[in-house]
Write a protein that binds this ligand. Structure first.
Ligand SMILES: *Cc1c(COP(=O)(O)O)cnc(C)c1O
Length: 396
């Protein structure tokens, strides 16, 4: 792809998203003897930086039947784009947007009686305006310490929701805190507490149609494993692994999951710099010999972190970023690739072939390791001004 029209850009392979959803469905069917739970494609934070709307479409094409978001605006953006699939707002529901969300057919999360009442009022207004029922998923905190009611509050809340006019108790869910760690103790405790709530609601005739617990890590460590089908329940909330990234160093992804995102730039300038010259702000790097220095138009305003050791691919080789990353640019040492020229592609995340064969790959997880963080933060942090380009087999 010709990169000359932009300084830095992201390429998203939508076929990878579609394929990753299809792959997890296959894996779930295998683990559960044929009957797979539904897959909710989690597209919050603009699809983890990949672009929520195109990712949502690609995920639905792969067999996902739900979409999950974290903000009211994210849910409405999907509706404005014409996506009609069920959408669950997984977290905080701003009081003043409930009516609009209900009218847009967005399912809401609730964990307190106050919220249930507010949703009930909004349902009345939406119903009067001809909208369907307000759909609620009750969130139980079984050990994440984040949002959710206590397990012993769930039954009363479920009753409140189920009895409110124009409100439907559609789901019951919890979130696993430690599904990406090898220690199954905490996850087991959470699933046991959650199973207790499910049983209690069922005995009261209130088991909602959609019970769910697993995120990506839970999907691979619990939901697909024979003997642990309870982790899958009726639906899995599939986020990071849909983008082809691992939920944690301890959770190997199935081989047919592939990463969807590449982050690229170009060499804006290449020059020979004599020994003893400082490079970039503060001169934290000084050339020790005559060095070929390239300038790359990507900086911390694009999400390319300043305070970290960085490397990129040029000519299919790894080359180091030298000196401080600026807001819009950074410099690289090109001594390993003497053939590099202005206009050549620079890969920050992704694959690059070498001229004589072979090549290298830098994954978002590799970048995360250098930055002391997780792949989630790398892809979510790619700036808004970095254009996203989409590829599918149709257009290739
Ligand atoms: C973000 C989120 C997910 C997806 O998590 P991944 O680790 O990306 O799979 C699932 N459930 C909830 C409640 C979330 O907030």
């Amino acid at each position: 792809m010709d990169g000359s029209t932009h300084a830095t850009w992201v390429e998203v392979d939508l076929d990878a998203i579609t394929g990753n959803v299809a792959a997890v469905l296959r894996e779930l069917r295998r683990g559960r003897g044929g009957a797979a739970p539904a897959v909710m494609a989690v597209v919050k934070a603009d699809g983890y930086g990949h672009g929520a709307v195109p990712v949502a479409r690609a995920a639905l094409a792969g067999g996902a039947s739900w979409l999950g978001v974290a903000r009211a605006q994210e849910a409405l953006e999907l509706r404005e784009a014409g996506l009609r699939a069920p959408v669950l707002l997984l977290g905080h529901v701003p009081a003043d947007s409930i009516t609009e969300l209900v009218a847009a057919g967005v399912s809401l999360t609730a964990w307190s009686a106050g919220q249930a009442a507010a949703i009930g009022c909004a349902a009345g207004r939406a119903g009067a305006a001809g909208a369907g029922p307000a759909r609620v998923h009750l969130k139980v905190d079984t050990g994440m310490g984040r949002i959710g009611c206590r397990p012993d509050e769930a039954l009363d809340l479920a009753r409140t929701v189920a009895e409110a006019d124009g409100v439907e108790l559609e789901g019951l869910f919890t979130h696993l805190a430690c599904a990406d760690t090898p220690d199954r103790g905490a996850t087991g405790d959470q699933l046991t507490a959650f199973a207790g709530v499910v049983t209690q609601l069922a005995s009261a005739g209130l088991r909602p149609p959609l019970v769910h617990a697993a995120n990506s890590a839970g999907t691979f460590t619990v939901a697909v494993r024979p003997g642990h089908p309870e982790g899958g329940y009726d639906l899995v909330r599939f986020g990071i692994a849909m983008y082809g990234l691992s939920p944690g160093a301890q959770v190997p992804l199935p081989r047919d999951i592939t990463s969807a995102l590449a982050w690229k730039s170009v060499l804006a300038q290449v020059k020979q710099v004599p020994p003893g010259r400082g490079i970039s702000y503060g001169h934290t790097y000084t050339t020790t010999r005559s060095e070929r220095i390239g300038t790359v138009p990507v900086g911390y305003a694009d999400g390319w972190r300043r305070g970290a050791a960085n490397e990129v691919l040029v000519g299919g080789r790894r080359v180091p970023v030298v000196g401080r990353v600026c807001m819009d640019q950074c410099m690289v040492n090109l001594d390993a690739v003497p053939q590099a020229r202005v206009g050549d592609e620079v890969v920050l995340v992704g694959d690059q072939a070498a001229a004589g064969g072979g090549g290298q790959r830098i994954s978002a997880d590799d970048v995360a390791q250098r930055w002391g963080t997780i792949g989630y933060e790398v892809v979510c942090g790619i700036g808004r001004r970095v254009p996203r380009r989409y590829t599918t087999a149709d257009r290739r």
